[in-house]
Design a protein around this ligand. Structure first.
Ligand SMILES: Cc1cc2nc3c(=O)[nH]c(=O)nc-3n(C[C@H](O)[C@H](O)[C@H](O)COP(=O)(O)O)c2cc1C
Length: 205
């Protein structure tokens, strides 16, 4: 089973070495995020925000609170992928463009908002889980979009979450889900590592 998309997925690996001279324009960075936001989110809440750290000054602020990881300096951009705590009250506003576009009947909006309220209100762990899921789906789409454009990517959890929250002004309802560096690679990056066998990770029921 193969095609161009599958080849793209199978050939990705986490980049270690980036070309520090290779930049991305703000339009190119915006395009990566636009593609990322086509990822699915629960009740279409789109509970995410992406902070593109791409100037030398901003990179210098991020570096010491991100374990001095080289991609922060060398990759064209490092995104602070923020997930926002799931909050059903945003749903009418987030669904309004679907109603306007004729995708969803207006009467259906409360049918989405009500179960979402039951699922998340008074359940902080679920609110946070959803923030992490949302950020992860968005980052994942960006990783493969980058690969398809010949760019490397590095998801990173090696950072001080409280420091990043403080330094980059994340709101109280925002979780720094991960850092994601993207940029042109240098030669010498590892090929994708072998995976656990299917027999260990797949259960048919
Ligand atoms: C959530 C997450 C956090 C990670 N954090 C880091 C990190 O802080 N620094 C780093 O160099 N790589 C990091 N990685 C990259 C992993 O080490 C890498 O994805 C894993 O070894 C598998 O290799 P591959 O991505 O090349 O297939 C992270 C990956 C994920 C998914």
């Amino acid at each position: 089973m193969t095609n161009a998309v599958i080849e793209c997925i199978l050939s990705r690996s986490a980049s270690k070495y980036y070309d520090p001279a290779a930049t991305l324009s703000d339009d190119q960075i915006g395009e990566l995020v636009r593609i990322g936001t086509s990822a699915p989110t629960s009740f279409h809440m789109q509970n995410w925000r992406f902070i593109a750290v791409r100037t030398p000054e901003a990179k210098a602020r991020l570096l010491p609170i991100a374990w001095n990881q080289p991609p922060i300096t060398d990759a064209a951009v490092t995104f602070i992928i923020c997930g926002q705590l799931a909050d059903s009250s945003v749903i009418p506003e987030r669904l309004a463009p679907l109603v306007e576009a004729g995708v969803m009947p207006e009467a259906m909006v409360p049918e989405w908002e009500k179960p979402a309220r039951g699922l998340y209100a008074e359940h902080p762990q679920r609110q946070r889980d959803e923030a992490v899921r949302t950020g992860t789906f968005g980052a994942s789409a960006m990783i493969y979009a980058a690969r398809s454009l010949g760019l490397g990517s590095t998801p990173m959890i090696g950072f001080d979450a409280e420091g990043v929250t403080r330094e980059f002004g994340l709101a109280d309802n925002e979780v720094p889900v991960m850092l994601l560096s993207i940029g042109a690679e240098l030669p010498g990056n590892w090929a994708q590592k072998p995976r656990r066998p299917l027999s260990e990770v797949l259960d048919f029921v």
